[in-house]
Design a protein around this ligand. Structure first.
Ligand SMILES: *[C@@H]1O[C@H](CO)[C@@H](O)[C@H](O)[C@H]1NC(C)=O
Ligand SMILES: *[C@@H]1O[C@H](CO)[C@@H](O)[C@H](O)[C@H]1NC(C)=O
Ligand SMILES: *[C@@H]1O[C@H](CO)[C@@H](O)[C@H](O)[C@H]1NC(C)=O
Length: 376
């Protein structure tokens, strides 16, 4: 079968049902979905949580035990954190000039500060960050010089979450922890794995598509949301079935370039749910096989927020390495226009009519189509 015939076939399958994929466990040697792997921090974490070496996507490229010996700019640590505006990590590629679509299974943790055994985002990479803490989740959205974290200039990126068609996650074996939820004392003292496992029973596997966290990277912007494991409505609030709609829909926000702020906020309306003339409807993202998304029947608005406290970035990010020169001068300037052109909120452009950030429209297009059809 030619590659294009293969992808058409895959897309046709993709159009039918995501259940087909979620049941696809390629290796009986490691049948446990990533969302069902739970480890106490730090002692319970194995070297690699994904020991599936024979699977179609290959082995986990990094590791999960991360410490001072793994903390450097070549770290392959895949254990990530979302704690505070000065202490969170993004998933980004291990090699320079990569698209998210081509490397979604391999992303490594890039954190705002040392101490987690990971890479550290270079100084100045973050260009504006809004953290909103709501009753049930923490959302972080912002602008980034993505070339500083190895994302190719102009790449619109995609969604990273603990699923994927083979249930091994994107990245494969990626773990997420937080010390910030009230259910955990909220005292920075101990880490809680951010994962929704109580509702994730096999007979309800479709519901498990609703994530407890996701992050979108690309388009010189990012957003992520982690739902409180002890909170309400995680299924709707940290949903990942709208992966082609980007931050504007999945994490409505008021992030601005040059502003670093922490706000309190209400929970957003679940993605896809909207009201017209008093009637509530739910929009579902169409399958990729139907082509680019040209219209969505509603425009999201950020939920009300208040008590925003702004910080100087120099006060928040004090221990970051110097930026890598080449990327700063060449890559970033060409790409930045995309993010700044969208106005204040992180809502990467709907290029060519497609609402993006969930789909790579750049060099990674072929890769991401393949990956989403087969593996996402
Ligand atoms: C530090 O992390 C590396 C890589 O995961 C691991 O091999 C090593 O045992 C760890 N060291 C300690 C002291 O935990
Ligand atoms: C990044 O990769 C693209 C495609 O391979 C290439 O055209 C471009 O020159 C590369 N950019 C940098 C800064 O290496
Ligand atoms: C937790 O850490 C953040 C900074 O990372 C700090 O602002 C906050 O006061 C800390 N909370 C407690 C209860 O120590």
């Amino acid at each position: 079968m030619s590659p294009s015939a293969l992808s058409s076939a895959l897309l046709a399958v993709a159009a039918v049902s995501r259940i087909t994929f979620v049941n696809a466990q390629p290796d009986p040697a490691d049948p446990t979905p990533l969302v069902d792997k739970h480890y106490a921090y730090p002692s319970g974490i194995p070297y690699q949580v994904d020991y599936n070496t024979a699977a179609i996507r290959g082995p986990q490229v990094g590791y999960n035990i991360c410490n001072s010996t793994t903390e450097n700019q070549n770290s392959m640590c895949q254990t990530s954190f979302v704690n505070h505006i000065d202490d969170f990590c993004l998933w980004a590629p291990p090699q320079p000039n990569s698209t998210i679509g081509d490397t979604e299974g391999q992303e490594v943790a890039w954190c705002t500060k040392p101490g987690h055994g990971t890479r550290v985002m270079p100084a100045g990479a973050l260009q504006g960050v809004q953290l909103i803490k709501t009753p049930n989740y923490i959302q972080i959205a912002g602008f980034i010089d993505q070339t500083q974290v190895n994302i190719a200039a102009g790449d619109y990126g995609g969604e990273l979450d603990p699923h994927g068609a083979d249930l091994r996650g994107n990245p494969l074996g990626g773990l997420m922890y937080s010390n910030a939820f009230p259910s955990n004392g909220g005292n920075n003292a101990s880490y809680q794995q951010v994962i929704d496992w109580t509702k994730c029973v096999p007979s309800m596997r479709l519901l498990c598509l609703s994530d407890i966290y996701f992050s979108f990277m690309g388009g010189d912007a990012f957003c992520m949301k982690i739902c409180d494991p002890a909170g309400q409505n995680q299924q709707a609030l940290c949903q990942n079935i709208y992966d082609r709609l980007g931050c504007e829909y999945n994490a409505p926000n008021n992030a601005q370039k040059g502003v670093f702020e922490v706000c309190e906020g209400d929970d957003m309306s679940p993605v896809g749910v909207y009201t017209t003339n008093g009637a509530t409807s739910t929009y579902y993202q169409p399958p990729e096989s139907l082509g680019p998304i040209t219209t969505v029947p509603y425009t999201p608005t950020p939920a009300p927020s208040s008590n925003c406290v702004t910080y100087a970035s120099t006060a928040l990010y004090t221990s970051q390495p110097a930026p890598t020169g080449a990327a700063t001068s060449a890559g970033a300037s060409g790409a930045k226009t995309t993010a700044s052109g969208t106005g204040s909120a992180v809502s990467p452009a709907k290029t060519g009519g497609a609402a993006t950030m969930g789909v790579s429209l750049g060099a990674g297009l072929v890769g991401v189509v393949f990956a989403m059809a087969f593996l996402s």
